[in-house]
Ligand binder design. Sequence first.
Ligand SMILES: [Zn+2]
Length: 479
Amino acid sequence: MQVRYRVIVGVLIAALMTIVAPLGCTANQSQNPAPTTAAPVAVRPAATPTTSPSPTLPTGILFQNVRIFNGKDPQLSAASNVLVVQNKIKTISTAAIPAPAGTTLTQIQGNGRVLIPGLIDNHVHITLSSMSQPELMNPKTPLETISANATKEAEAMLLRGFTTVRDLGGPIFDLKKAIDQGKTPGPRVYPSGAMISQTSGHGDSRSETERSRRFFGEVSRGEQLGSNFIADGRDEVLTATRENLRFGASQIKVMAGGGAATMYDPLDVSQYTLDELKAAVEAAADWNTYVTVHAYTSRAVRRAIEAGVKCIEHGQLLDEATMKLLAEKGVWLSLQALDPAPPTADPFVRQKKQTVVDGTDNAFKWAKQYNVKLAWGTDFLFAPANNKNQNKDIVKLAKWLTPAAALKLVTYDNAQLLTLSGPRNPYQDGKLGIIEPGAYADLLLVEGEPLKDLAVMADYDQNFKVIVKDGKIYKNTVS
Ligand SMILES: [Zn+2]
C-alpha cells in the first residue's frame, strides 16, 4: 500500500509539474515579449539540432536517375540514385538502390535532372534584410513585427535553395533555435549575434544627432535590438565578444573599417586599434572560434591580420600586395559581387558604394591568381524587395569563374570556411556543401544544366524542383 501511495503521489506531482511548467513559461513570455532580442535562457552553442519530429519509422528519400554535381568535381556524375535516410546521405550508386526496409520512403524521379548540394551564403543578415532601416530603427516598431518578418525571410531564403547561411550581424539567436528545433522553416544558421563596432564605426547605427550613451546620451535602438554593440577599449570589446559567445555565436563579427552603406563613416577609415582587435581575437580564441572583420582597405586588413583575424568580409579595395599576404597567411576572403547603390540613395553613400563596386573586379581576379582562400556571400540589407535577387548574385560570378568553380564556391568552398568555428560549429555531425555518403542531406534537384549555364541558378522558383534540408523535403514539384 505504502509503495502504491508513493507512486500515486509521484504521478500527481509529475502531472502538476507538466501543467505548471508551461504556464510559468507563458507568463514569462507575456511579461517579456522580446522574441528577437536574445533572451537570457540556457544556451547550448554547439548542440546538434533535433532532426525529424520523432516519427514512428525512420524517414528516407530515394532520388532516382539524377546526375550529381557533388560540390567539388567539375563534371556531373553518370546517371545515379541517391538514398537519404533520416538527415544524412546514406548511399550513392549507379545501380538500383532497393528501398530500405522499415523506413517511410519518398521516391523522387529525377529524370536525369541535376542534383547539387544545398547552397551556402556566407554573408547574410536575416533579420536586418527583412525590413527597411527606418522601420527597424523606429522605436515604435514592435519587436514582434521584426521577429515575424525575420521568420518569413528565413523561410523565403530556404525556398531560394539556401540551406545554410552565416548570419553576420543582427538579432538571430532565437530564430536560429526555432529553425533548428523544426518549429519554423529556414536555413541552418551560423550566428554572429550583434556586430561589434567602435563608436563612430560601421556598426554605430545611431542617428545623426544621437549622443553616445557614455556622454549624455541613451542606449541606441540598434544596441537594444541586438543588432550591434558599440564597444570601445579592450574591456568593452572583451565583454561584447563574450556576450555573443554566451548566446551561441559560432563566430564573431567585428567592424574594422569604413563601410559603404552608412552615412557617417568614410571608406578610408580604419576602425579599432590593434589592441582592441586583439581583445576580440583572444576572447574568440578562448572559445576555440574566430573573428571575421568587415574591411575594404589594405590598411584595415593588414591590422586585422596582425591581430590574428581569420577571415575578411569584403576586401574590394585591397592592393595586390595585401591580397598576396592573405594567401600567405591563409586568411579567408569572403567576397561579394555588390551592386551600385540605387539612384535614390544619398550621394555620399552612392559614391562610396561605386568605389567598392569598381574594386570588385580586381579582388576576384587577384584572389584567384594568388590562390586566396575564397568564400562568397551576398550581404543584402534593409531592402526586403531585393532579397529575391539573392540567387542572381551567383550568376554574377560567371564574370570571374567557370560555372563549375562558381558552384563549388557557393557549396563546397563556403562549407570549408564554416568549419573554422571548431567546437562552436552548430552542425558538426556531418559535412555540408558536398554530396557523399555520411554528409548532411541538404540537396537541390535542379532543372537545366547549371554547369553549362550559371543563369539556371537565378530562377529558383522554376528551376529548383526539389529542396531538401536535413533530410526533410521543403519543396517537391516533381512527385
Ligand atoms: Zn554585412
